[in-house]
Design a protein around this ligand. Sequence first.
Ligand code: NAP
Length: 290
Amino acid sequence: MENLKSKKIGWIGLGAMGTPMAKNLINAGYNLTVYNRTSSKSNKLVEIGAQASDSPQKLFDETDIVFLMISDDYAVKSVFNGDEGLLKSSSKGKVIINMSTVSPQISRDLAKTCNENGNTYVDAPVSGSIKQATDASLVIMVGADENTFKSIEPLLEVLGKKAFLIGSVGRGNETKLAVNLFLSIITQGLSEVVLFANELGVESNQILNVINEGGLSSPYVKAKSQAILHNEYPSAFSLKHMAKDLKIAKENNLNFALGNATFESFQNAKETLGDFDVMAIIKYLKSEKY
Ligand code: NAP
């Protein structure tokens, strides 16, 4: 296998997830160049050995393999099609690995464009949040051909504990939509259970202790229990990003009872609670009821 340590790696997007993931590549000894729309966020990475680039186009010209970890389809369009976007470059032979949660359609369209330009596009969204991004225990869902997957697997192993090749480009995003549907249902379900228990006169810590000691316990429910008990929801995975993912799921024919219910509540809550954690949906559900 080709030695990836001799390659120049680019990283676009230094938000809550992108920053710890990029750090893991630097700590693993990779030569990393970073770009972020808000350029000051690059400073911390430069301090530990990264180079900073001032446009996606320049970063693309200067590197061999480029990761993206940015918000949504709109951000991806800006990074590709902007005045100094990736598509302004005439470089060839590059691999672009988009780890953002975006629509399967945008991935398929970009894969076609990149292919026509002599480059390769891979979708590789992740399951896990800031903690898993930091300790490199993300689970990665990949849409790519097998050879491309094999060629980038050592990099994915630096970022996560397991990378699954699901199928061709777009399949990673489709898998991620399904995973986040599950996440939204669990999050809304946990909220409703706590609110119902409270209505009956059972305190939040009592119902959560029972759940967390029993067969329904999970690392996710344990972590979110703390947020509920403190009634504080600093963002790990923001509610607005979940609303975005459910909107993409809806555009991809999501039509089940629980899915429709979570779609509605996350869209309604995002205006006031969008920058808080997904678990803040409990505040919206409580305010709707009383
Ligand atoms: P975040 O903290 O909100 O960071 C978003 C990043 O996207 C920032 O670097 C931001 O740049 C950049 N960005 C936004 N709009 C842009 C635009 N128009 N042009 C260029 N760059 C733009 O988000 P995150 O939590 O890291 O999530 C990143 C992706 O991973 C999302 O697709 C999310 O759904 C997915 N994800 C998140 C989690 C999680 O737990 N947080 C878990 C799994 C998957 P600025 O710094 O300039 O704003």
